[in-house]
Design a protein around this ligand. Sequence first.
Ligand SMILES: [Zn+2]
Length: 479
Amino acid sequence: MSDHYDLIIRNGTLIDGVRTPRYAGDVGIKDGRIAKLGKLDGARADSEIDAGGKIVAPGFIDSHTHDDRMLTLAPEMTPKLSQGVTTVIAGNCGISLAPLVHAEPPSPLDLIDDGNAYHFKSFAEFMQARDAVPAAINAAFLVGHTTLRVAAMDNLERAATPAETARMAQMSEEAMTAGAIGLSTGTYYPPAAAASTEEIIAVAKPLARHGGRYVTHMRHEDEEIIPAMEEAFRIGREAGVPVIISHHKVVGKANFGRSVETLALLQKAQAMQPVCIDCYPYVASSTMLRADRIASASRIIVTWSKPLPQYTGRDLVDVAKEMGVSQEEAVARLRPAGGIYFSMEEADVQRILKFEDTMVGSDGLPHDIKPHPRLWGTFPRVLGHYARDVGLFPLETAVYKMTGLTAEKFGLENRGRLAPGCFADITIFDAATIGDAATFTEPTAQAHGIETVIVGGVPAWHAGKATGARTGKVLRGGR
Ligand SMILES: [Zn+2]
């Protein structure tokens, strides 16, 4: 008697997402799940894919995104699907679309706004709206502390009162009940900078009961990075939840090389509590345009500007020259706006990427007019440039950092691994040609080497194109 499957991937080289050395095999898929791995010579299927000469890996999980609105605005999710990404974690850096009704929320909430994005009274309502528009890939959501502050407070330039804190904790509880997988903060940004550590601990307290995690864009990534890390660890300990430090980096020339120190501190903390980090593979960062970042960057590129869109894609230095003003004044005229900041050292980026518990996350900004290339290039860049060309780690480790490790840290059950019973989210790629094409001048160039991307057992990407399948699911957390 021979087995029958919906789909068989034949003759591939399997990399399972948990660092098992690669091996030759077939994958049998049935009812959206991986049914069998190994030799399936006698088995038949409704359709087959020949993966001869190619790597068959779990679909990549983007641990750090701002895809909250993109998922319904452009549910084909091409920037991610074209990289082999099958699941995104959204709601990072304190920024979530819910629960907040606001026509003109302050920066950085405007990074994902179009003037009409913040219209969800509850997190449950937001989750239902995502459910109603299936995307090509899966998504899980964090609730953002900055969003809660804007919803609960009339003055953001101070710590929350006990009543406001209680209100935020209640909204955090509601979000977790509705399926959020954790709380994110962005105390680096003005609307949350005045929040006290105690305020954040109180808002994070409801997470423990739901198995949630605390994810943070810390107050500082420069001179003050050590106290910022200590604060994050304390919040995790006192709320009784795992800590994830977002896009870990050390910023500014004066701090080059200090990842030696920060990673040692991380390792020390890991002996006491669950802590991990994510990282994008570039020496430039990107966020809202801020004058206080001019000094620490060797170059700044404007990614968008509401009042002066004609300067999009230009270097700030040139814009200021053309305006005949200082860079600070140019920033004031361009805002609200976004920027790319060259402010890291390559050795730090490599050291952080290589760290045992570093996940790969793009931090891509999908609504920027001229975005940072990390939006379209992150995953193939780690696999091609860093694993194959630089030799920073074996391909098995690179895949682990974007699959098995990420699923474990974010509690995504039965994902991120090739194993019987796991959901059939699978990426087939060519190890010899995989690579990023997006650059700072051509930031939306499509990566190469991704052959086929399967989401929930159905091919969503094949031969350089989307198939049109929309089998992505909203993933809910909770115990
Ligand atoms: Zn951030």
